[in-house]
Design a protein around this ligand. Structure first.
Ligand code: ZN
Length: 397
């Protein structure tokens, strides 16, 4: 079977690079310049959707790639899951990751390295905005069907570490060590001929630990189908999911309020209301006061990427930069007192906050030496806790 997918081996060999890197490596080798020592920084000129901060993700994959490719380079990076702006307090572009080594050794890996960081950071940034908008409502990642199946776990990992509560993909759940979440497809209700028979079948065959949540919009009005599902399962019904198509939505808010009223009349205010279908940040802000949870699909899985670039800022210990970039080795200072970021000389022993005068934490840490990964990477759960701690600090995302 012909597959338009790169294998892991092809990526490690550097075959997914842009051809111009292959050509200039040949030139550098021919001119004996391939061992030119450089310091190259990953920065970005902006963050999509007018976000003030991004979530830096993809570091683990970058380190695994460079280590498996056995590149004799040093890497300095901020922690995976750090939430920060793209420039410091003075407008200097923040270096998220730095490669130190011979340019000819790593040039062809620029393409896959950026691809790993740009995509995951893009999904994570959208997911954190959704997390913030939804406050404490349940958030589920439902977007993997919009993307190639091989990257489903990458999408779900980014959503999970950015604060989503659950994901729908079986493989992603296995990798993350959590339970996959879902209700039932419309196809099942159609085959069973209606919501009542579908719920009875689900209740008969599915482990009792799994929540009984009815998808209530297949053939009839949502209010009618919710009551049919309640009639079929009684006390066992724990929630309803409304996936109302846009052609029928009218006022979604009114539909939900009618359902809540009917449930209240029957003393079943405990039944949770989940919404899905084309939701975004605006719809969450609009509906979160009357919903218990949201299934978010395309908005996160098709997130705009963070357009990171890799640029040389030092050649053979001499600061140099192309137009639009800032020359020289930099460290990033972070002030816990006033939440500001400041780029300063990498070799400075101490970075002092220019706003409050306090000593700043240095964010760039050495994570790879001569191709060897220096420490164990945090688990997705640990990265998630780190992201959510920062969400409280950053007023604006
Ligand atoms: Zn400060």
């Amino acid at each position: 079977m012909e597959q338009w997918l790169a294998t892991k081996e092809e990526v490690i060999e550097g075959k997914t690079t842009d051809v111009y890197f292959v050509r200039i490596e040949e030139c550098l080798l021919g001119d004996n310049l391939d061992k030119t020592k450089v310091w190259a920084e990953v920065t970005t000129g902006g963050i999509p959707r007018d976000s003030k901060n991004l979530v830096f993700l993809g570091l683990q994959d970058v380190l695994n790639l460079l280590s498996e490719a056995q590149l004799p380079v040093n890497i300095y990076s901020i922690k995976e899951g750090t939430v920060l702006p793209n420039t410091d307090i003075n407008g200097v572009k923040i270096p998220f990751l730095v490669i130190e080594g011979a340019y000819g050794d790593f040039a062809i890996y620029e393409t896959p390295l950026l691809g790993l960081l740009c995509f995951q950071s893009g999904v994570g940034t959208s997911a954190l905005r959704i997390r913030k908008a939804a406050e404490d409502r349940i958030l589920l990642s439902f977007g993997i069907r919009r993307m190639p199946p091989t990257i489903a776990p990458i999408i779900d990992r980014a959503c999970y570490v950015a604060g989503f509560d659950g994901i729908s993909c079986v493989l992603s759940a296995e990798k993350l060590g959590i339970e996959a979440t879902g209700t039932m497809p419309h196809a099942f209700i159609m085959i069973k001929g209606g919501i009542e028979d579908a719920m009875i079948s689900f209740d008969k065959h599915i482990d009792s630990e799994v929540s009984r949540i009815a998808l209530a919009d297949t053939f009839n009005d949502e209010r009618v189908e919710v009551l049919q599902a309640l009639n079929a399962l009684g006390d066992k019904l724990s929630g309803v999911r409304l996936d109302t198509p846009s052609s029928r939505k009218g006022s979604f808010r009114d539909i939900i309020q009618e359902i809540k009223w009917e449930l209240k009349q029957r003393n079943r205010e405990d039944i949770k209301i989940f919404l899905s279908g084309g939701l975004n940040e605006e719809s969450i802000l609009e509906l979160k006061d009357i919903a218990d949870g949201f299934g978010i699909g395309t908005y996160v899985s098709n997130s705009p990427t963070i357009d990171f670039a890799l640029d040389i800022v030092e050649i053979e210990s001499k600061a140099i930069a192309k137009r639009g970039k800032f020359a020289g080795r930099k460290q990033i200072g972070y002030c816990e007192n006033c939440q500001t970021f400041l780029c300063d000389d990498f070799l400075k022993e101490e970075i002092v906050c220019q706003t409050c005068g306090k000593r700043m934490n240095k964010l760039l840490e050495k994570v790879m030496e001569n191709g060897k990964i220096l420490s164990k990477h945090p688990t997705p759960k640990e990265i998630r806790e780190y992201v959510l701690r920062q969400k409280e600090e950053r007023v604006e995302l």
